[in-house]
Design a protein around this ligand. Structure first.
Ligand SMILES: [Zn+2]
Ligand SMILES: [Zn+2]
Length: 635
């Protein structure tokens, strides 16, 4: 009896790999795995959340999962064996909401303060980077950090930024609320005494009317992003290199998939040329499903009408595929999460605008996602969705909301009834302190109400919304899900709104797969699924909670190929990829802070600073006490 290869692999997985070999006339060579990983503690994320010791990979998919004996029985003469040495292995992480296509174009020209432990370190890196950045380039710190992560627990001053960089333009973005520009950056963008006050933002001025360098997102962040967009771009060649480095950086943290939420200034199709090219060349080291984000206020329907003629959901392959519309569907529905400002009320045009676009999308069977921070916005969007659904049933369309920090139980139920999902991110880990300041600790306890979403049976995916507010590091997001803490250490959630580690991991794997209609195809280490996994630097399941945010991958595999390897797996690492341009901060510092790395060393080269910061750091836990810690809910 002859079996097709697919049938054999399926049977092998069902029966226990060793039983199948004698059951058919196909030679073992035809079914022998290319790769076996053994001696691991493999958290499979199968239905029973079981652990396995070994996994076999063939043709980019998992072929068998089981004990060392079961899987090693499949070994053929050409099978490569990797001894995991007891390492914990997880399915490749899937960030269901980030902006990696845009992030990749800019990665090599951004200085990252993500995870940097002190402002002294951050300013020293800024100073060093300013000295090596040639004109007309800028030094940009664009999100991924906040002041609460610093030992000093404060923002840099404009004076400090001007001292660190007297001549090179510097743009430092803080969350969604402000940007700090030095004098050189003000000159580069041309903001002077005579510059009129912009619509949708504020240029802070001194008594003489001269811009100070502080830009404030009041009432929204457009002034921040439109100013950032005035900076020079990287060349096409450098953008290709930059995107590859960003993917590698994500691979460093075990990320093997993301769903790209588009983004401001991320135009389709123009700004997709670089990722298209990398896809064509086979140089993508993570999988991307991407949503199309309209860039035209009042022209949204025209955009989507055009795009429904140009492409369709599912176009592409498992590495790079169109996933539908969003996260911006219409500008009149975009409620930015700047918790330093009051909640924005959406204009009355939101409903008609949204109705036209959602109707078009439903008619064309386009899945869609919508950025929505506040329950009030969600209520209004759901009113529209329910109305459209009566006319053009969504029936099985994987539509969802992003963020949903303040969503009510009632609206979670309405999402469930309409077959939708919710993609959550750890934005509160960066903005939680500000949220508590405005709305109180009690309200923050269910912001977002993750456990309620799960209890009510709505599909939930995890992610970061990187790169402009939160960092892309998934372990910081997992840490937030498990501990309920911000990056500054403030506890936001009671135990009833925190997740078990297994459950948190599930949202980041199986959970996220629903959001690109990939359920059953990725997210678990199970026969037939795409062979994406990561072996971790320490055991996620047993280390102290505080150490979760320090986890990294030591071996990341995508589609059966090693895309990142370090430590004992270094010999498997892909060839080095030189960073371009030469002055890129990535060349010196890498991305997310590495303790003991060159970033740390160069930032620590000044002994006087070192002593001061060490002292400061040593006393950190004793001295910091957030002003709201008096609240009885958090101690
Ligand atoms: Zn958003
Ligand atoms: Zn986003």
């Amino acid at each position: 009896m002859l079996y097709t290869r697919r049938e054999i692999l399926k049977l092998a997985a069902l029966l226990g790999a060793s039983q199948i070999l004698g059951a058919c006339s196909t030679s073992t060579k035809d079914i022998e795995p290319e790769l076996i990983l053994m001696n691991g503690r493999i958290a499979t994320q199968d239905e029973r959340r079981s652990f396995a010791q070994a996994v076999a990979i063939r043709d980019g998919r998992f072929a068998a999962v089981g004990s060392n004996e079961q899987v090693m029985a499949l070994r053929g003469s050409n099978t490569e064996i990797i001894d995991l040495g007891g390492r914990t292995v997880i399915p490749g992480l899937n960030d269901s909401h980030m902006h990696p296509i845009r992030g990749g174009l800019n990665y090599n020209m951004e200085l990252r303060w993500d995870g940097v432990p002190s402002l002294a370190d951050a300013l020293r890196m800024l100073k060093e980077q300013a000295a090596r950045t040639p004109p007309p380039q800028w030094v940009r710190v664009v999100g991924g950090w906040n002041e609460f992560q610093f030992a000093e627990r404060r923002l840099p001053t404009l004076d400090e930024i001007n001292r660190a960089a007297p001549e090179t333009p510097v743009f430092v973005l803080h969350l969604y609320d402000r940007a700090l520009l030095n004098g050189a950056a003000l000159r580069a963008v041309g903001y002077t005494k005579d510059t009129p006050a912009p619509i949708g933002g504020e240029i802070q001025r001194d008594k003489q009317g001269n811009p100070t360098g502080l830009l404030i997102a009041r009432p929204n962040a457009s002034i921040l992003y439109s100013t950032l967009a005035k900076g020079p771009k990287l060349s096409r060649q450098d953008q290709l290199n930059s995107t590859r480095h960003f993917m590698r950086e994500l691979n460093r943290f075990g990320v093997t998939s993301a769903i790209d939420a588009g983004g401001g200034f991320q135009n389709y199709p123009d700004d997709y040329e670089v990722i298209n090219e990398l896809h064509k060349r086979g140089e993508m080291t993570m999988r991307l499903a991407y949503n199309l984000f309209t860039q035209k206020p009042k022209g949204e329907l025209a955009d989507f009408t055009q795009w429904t003629k140009l492409t369709k959901p599912g176009a592409g392959d498992d590495f790079y595929r169109m996933n539908g519309a969003g996260e911006n569907l219409v500008y009149s529905a975009a409620d930015f999460e700047d918790f330093l400002e009051p909640r924005p009320d959406m204009p009355p045009s939101m409903e008609p605008d949204l109705k036209a676009v959602v109707r078009l999308l439903a008619e064309n069977r386009w899945p869609f996602r919508l950025h929505a921070t506040y329950d009030e916005t969600i209520t209004r969007a759901l009113n529209v969705y329910e109305e459209v659904n009566r006319d053009v049933p969504f029936g099985g369309l994987h539509w969802f909301f992003d963020h949903c920090e303040t969503i009510s139980d009632r609206n979670i139920e309405r999402i469930k009834a309409l077959g939708g999902g919710i993609a959550i991110q750890h934005r509160m880990a960066f903005q939680g302190e500000y949220f508590v300041d405005r709305y109180g600790a009690k309200q923050a306890e269910r912001t977002p109400p993750i456990r309620r979403m799960l209890e009510l049976g709505v599909p939930v995916g995890a992610g970061t919304d990187a790169t402009r507010v939160a960092s892309y590091n998934p372990f910081v997001a997992l840490y937030w899900l498990v501990t309920g803490k911000t990056v500054g250490g403030a506890v936001l959630y009671p135990a009833s709104n925190r997740l078990e580690r297994m459950e948190a991991l599930r949202l980041y794997t199986v959970g996220s797969s629903w959001f690109s209609s990939d359920e059953g195809k990725k997210g678990s280490i199970a026969a037939g699924q795409l062979a994406d996994l990561a072996a971790l630097s320490a055991d996620y399941f047993s280390i102290p909670e505080e150490q979760i945010k320090q986890l990294e991958s030591v071996l990341t595999i995508v589609g059966g190929k090693v895309v990142y390897a370090t430590g004992e797996f270094s010999r498997l690492a892909p060839p080095p990829l030189p960073v371009s341009p030469d002055w890129s901060p990535v060349k010196t510092y890498g991305g997310y802070w590495r303790s003991g790395s060159q970033a740390a060393k160069s930032a620590w080269s000044d002994d006087a600073t070192k002593i001061a910061v060490t002292q400061n750091r040593g006393s950190r836990h004793d001295t910091w006490s957030p002003w709201w810690l008096g609240c009885g809910c958090f101690v």
